[in-house]
Design a protein around this ligand. Structure first.
Ligand code: ADP
Ligand code: MG
Length: 367
């Protein structure tokens, strides 16, 4: 089922009637979520991810704009009648019910033509439990389960009604690091097996990048960029997106373009065609540096961290906005730690320019 968001906007009145300003939580969001895909809705806390999800679910009413499931306009349809499955960060299971009773619960509330026989309900509950691999735990209470298992029960409960759309709001945030990794792979597997169109909200870029067909990066209620994870990483629309994706993060430096050359300090680090003279922000991915004793960029060497396959070289440069510049180099390279200086040439496709004032991307051709 494709999901269409059309000029979706949510404005909250100010909490403090006198002093406060209203909050535009989601600002004119238009997007067609393709059928059967998993969309990662990504951005820092407060950027409008949950509000977007709640509008898709019907828990929040848009201030303006429309939502379609397939060809159906569901903007005015209640949450119960949208055919969605919802999973939140806190699993919100009924503590006095067994796993099985928790999963059955949404089915027991079905009315009229949707009403199911007891056998049909049991069958569905078992199917959902099998899908998330908790069918052995059906008679336990939530208190007898680990966090990861509780979240699986919550997912089974969301799936049991066979939703048209699955909505997940930071579902892994309460799990420890290892479980988080495992459960996100699980969610991806379930999503692929069922083919349910899914929106997955997270502030964790790595999480979104690793499981999404498409990511939507948001900032202050405004969509910044939509695309396949690798495509957005390789081709960020602006400085915010470039900084938000990637670990270690992109290195940002101040520079200038003069006569077709990009300068960091006095050093011309790259020749570019088609860019007017101006001050710029320069973004260089950690993997964009090449050790090169004749390279144009020199940095003061601080430290070399061995990470097995790679080494991470920590250095400084007066033009850097981050306290240090971090490059990732294949461990076969030998770095002379005693020299005090490290010189780099730069891979042009890992090197981005941004307008100093708007922070939008400046495109260039490599000479
Ligand atoms: P996220 O999920 O990305 O962290 P939210 O969608 O929860 O962000 O919130 C977006 C913005 O809307 C924030 O500035 C938040 O304070 C504001 N907001 C969210 N819910 C309400 C509400 N019920 N009343 C007023 N402001 C709200
Ligand atoms: Mg949220």
């Amino acid at each position: 089922m494709k999901v269409v968001l059309q000029n979706l906007t949510k404005i909250f009145p100010s909490r403090d009637k006198k002093a406060g300003k209203e909050v535009v939580a989601v600002n004119d969001f238009t997007f067609e979520i393709p059928d059967g895909k998993l969309i990662g809705l990504l951005g820092p806390s407060g950027c409008g991810k949950s509000t977007t999800l709640y509008m898709i679910s019907g828990l929040q009413k848009p201030t303006s704009g429309k939502i379609f499931f397939g060809e159906d306009d569901v903007t005015e349809v209640s949450t119960e009648n949208r055919g969605i499955g919802l999973v939140f960060q806190n699993y919100a299971l009924y503590p006095h019910m067994t796993v099985k009773q928790n999963i059955l619960f949404p089915l027991q509330n079905l009315k009229g033509a949707d009403k199911l026989s007891k056998e049909e309900m049991d069958k569905r509950a078992l199917e959902a439990a099998r899908l998330v691999q908790i069918d052995e735990l059906m008679e336990r209470k939530p208190s007898e389960l680990s966090g990861g298992q509780q979240q699986r029960v919550a997912i089974a409960r969301a799936l049991v009604k066979m939703p048209r759309v699955l909505l997940l709001d930071e579902p892994l945030s309460n799990l420890d690091a290892r479980l988080r990794l495992q459960t996100r792979e699980e969610i991806r597997r379930i999503q692929k097996e069922t083919g349910i169109t899914t929106v997955f909200v997270t502030h964790d870029q790595e999480e979104a990048m690793s499981i999404s067909d498409l990511i939507v990066v948001m900032k202050l209620g405004v969509v910044q960029q939509i695309g396949q994870p690798q495509q957005v990483y390789d081709d960020p629309a602006n400085l915010f997106v470039a900084k938000f994706l990637g670990t270690p993060p992109i290195n940002v430096l101040e520079g200038t373009v003069r006569g077709g050359k990009v300068y960091i300090g006095q050093e011309a680090v790259l020749e570019v065609a088609g860019v007017a003279d101006q001050p710029v922000y320069i973004g260089i991915r950690p993997e964009g540096f090449v050790l090169d004793e004749n390279g144009p960029l020199s940095c003061k060497l601080s430290n070399v961290e061995v990470m097995g396959r790679d080494v991470s070289i920590v250095s400084t440069n007066p033009a850097s906005l981050n306290p240090v510049i971090r490059s990732i180099i294949n461990a076969d390279n030998r770095v002379d730690v005693t020299s005090g200086t490290v010189r780099y040439s730069i891979k042009p496709h890992k090197f981005f320019l941004f307008h100093k004032d708007t922070e939008e991307r400046i495109r260039f051709e490599v000479k």
